[in-house]
Design a protein around this ligand. Structure first.
Ligand code: ADP
Length: 404
């Protein structure tokens, strides 16, 4: 492959393609400046919609988007009509978010036929996510044939976990021949937030131990030692660990056999219930944390229990992550719930005194953007750090190209 000189100030077109949606952002890897963002939804249905945002102005279109090829066609039309002009801004790369890289991809890779073939072989590991990612890559290769294309994996950051952390205590044959192990997800977010946290603390990343709590619709914790993931709450799939919008987090592994015996539940039904009907939705009928908080404030019992179960699970994982690290410098909250829910952060940190964290209630209540929410006397710091996965993907892509 020709290695053209890389302009570090060139923006990267970051693509997050799902089975029925395409999110994109044109972002500068060096500064994180976002030049445009967009979201194309309901791909494959007849009531598709597209939003392209430049300079704070939303441009919305409603039209059928047949497939991923049509979505990329629409993306180029949006840039042509509303800017910025893709020829003038001259992106240096296309960076694709890929959910599962298995044990095969421990870092960001430049996409070629062999990489694409390996990604197709990894589909059984992430049947809900990887097919959409792959469809996005295939069309992007045709749409932007002259740009280097790079895959950045949610799992890659966790490939530094020691065997003791990623090994499940299951039969050898499953582990050896079926690659059954913990992989972990949200890696780009955990990498970005742990690095920013070290910067906010004013400590070298290599000497900083952080627990990152990424709390969105999907949620995971990560114990980061000197910038390297050493343990994480998600496992083979993104179902394990913390309570999420529609996923339960940790469960008794005896549950599928029990339910099959007592109610005849089939595996596909069980799989559906755990991916779509559990978590906050299972606890209180609504996967949206804001709605849960509102109902809890109004005295709703189901919502109060849901909040308490979320907190209990977070406290468990925070405690075990701190012990895994041995020494803790900071805890960082990120993603939709972590960045916005004052009450959740307070409920977790009020129970983290044993770790040496003293909550600054005022700072927590007024936190906007990057904020320290522990007192100045607190032995261990706590922060809100808004995640920026697109910038991290752009950085990863340009770093790889600069060194290849
Ligand atoms: P995703 O995993 O889909 O990227 P997000 O990181 O956007 O998810 O997080 C979505 C979650 O954040 C939802 O449960 C939403 O209710 C919650 N959330 C967003 N804003 C607030 C807020 N102001 N207070 C509490 N929760 C919030």
């Amino acid at each position: 492959m020709p290695s053209d000189p890389v302009d570090p100030a060139a923006p990267v077109l970051v693509i997050n393609a799902g089975s029925s949606s395409l999110k994109y952002q044109l972002v500068r890897a060096d500064t994180g400046q976002s030049l445009a963002t967009g979201l194309i939804e309901r791909i494959g249905l007849d009531d598709g919609s597209a939003r392209h945002t430049v300079d704070g102005t939303d441009h919305v279109t409603e039209q059928e988007v047949r497939d991923h090829a049509a979505a990329f066609e629409l993306l180029t039309v949006q840039f042509a009509e509303h800017g910025p002009d893709l020829r003038e801004t001259a992106p240096g790369a296309v960076g694709h978010r890929v959910v599962h890289g298995g044990a095969k991809f421990a870092s960001t890779v430049r996409i070629d036929d062999e990489v694409l073939e390996t990604l197709r072989r990894l589909v059984p590991l992430a049947p809900l996510h990887n097919p959409g990612n792959i469809a996005g890559i295939e069309v992007a290769l045709e749409t932007f044939p002259d740009l280097p294309q790079v895959a950045v994996f949610d799992t890659a950051f966790h490939q530094t976990m020691p065997a003791a952390a990623f090994t499940y205590a299951v039969p050898l044959a499953w582990r050896q021949t079926l690659n059954i192990r913990r992989y972990g997800f949200h890696g780009t977010s955990h990498a970005y937030v742990s690095r920013r946290t070290a910067e906010l603390l004013g400590r070298p990343l290599e000497e900083t131990n952080v627990v990152v709590l990424h709390l969105g619709n999907g949620a995971s914790s990560c114990a980061v030692e000197g910038g390297r993931s050493v343990d994480t709450s998600m496992g083979l799939t993104p179902l394990e660990g913390l309570v999420m919008g529609t996923r339960p987090g940790d469960l008794d592994p005896g549950l599928p056999a029990h339910l099959s015996r007592v109610s005849g539940l089939t595996l596909p039904e069980f799989d559906h219930a755990l991916n779509k009907e559990s978590g906050l939705k299972g606890l209180a009928g609504d996967s949206d944390f804001r709605a849960i908080e509102q109902r809890r404030a109004d005295g709703d019992e189901e919502a109060t229990l849901a909040f308490d179960v979320v907190v209990q699970q977070l406290v468990r994982h925070l405690g075990s992550s701190a012990l895994v690290l041995g020494r803790l410098d900071a805890v960082a909250f990120t993603a939709g719930i972590g960045e916005n829910s004052t009450e959740l952060r307070a409920a977790v940190l009020q129970r983290a005194g044993l770790l040496g964290i003293e909550l600054d209630a005022d700072a927590n209540a007024t936190a906007r953007g990057e904020t320290r929410i522990s007192t100045t006397d607190s032995a261990v710091a706590a922060f809100v750090v808004p995640t920026n996965e697109e910038w991290e993907i752009a950085r990863e892509a340009m770093q790889l190209l600069a060194h290849s």
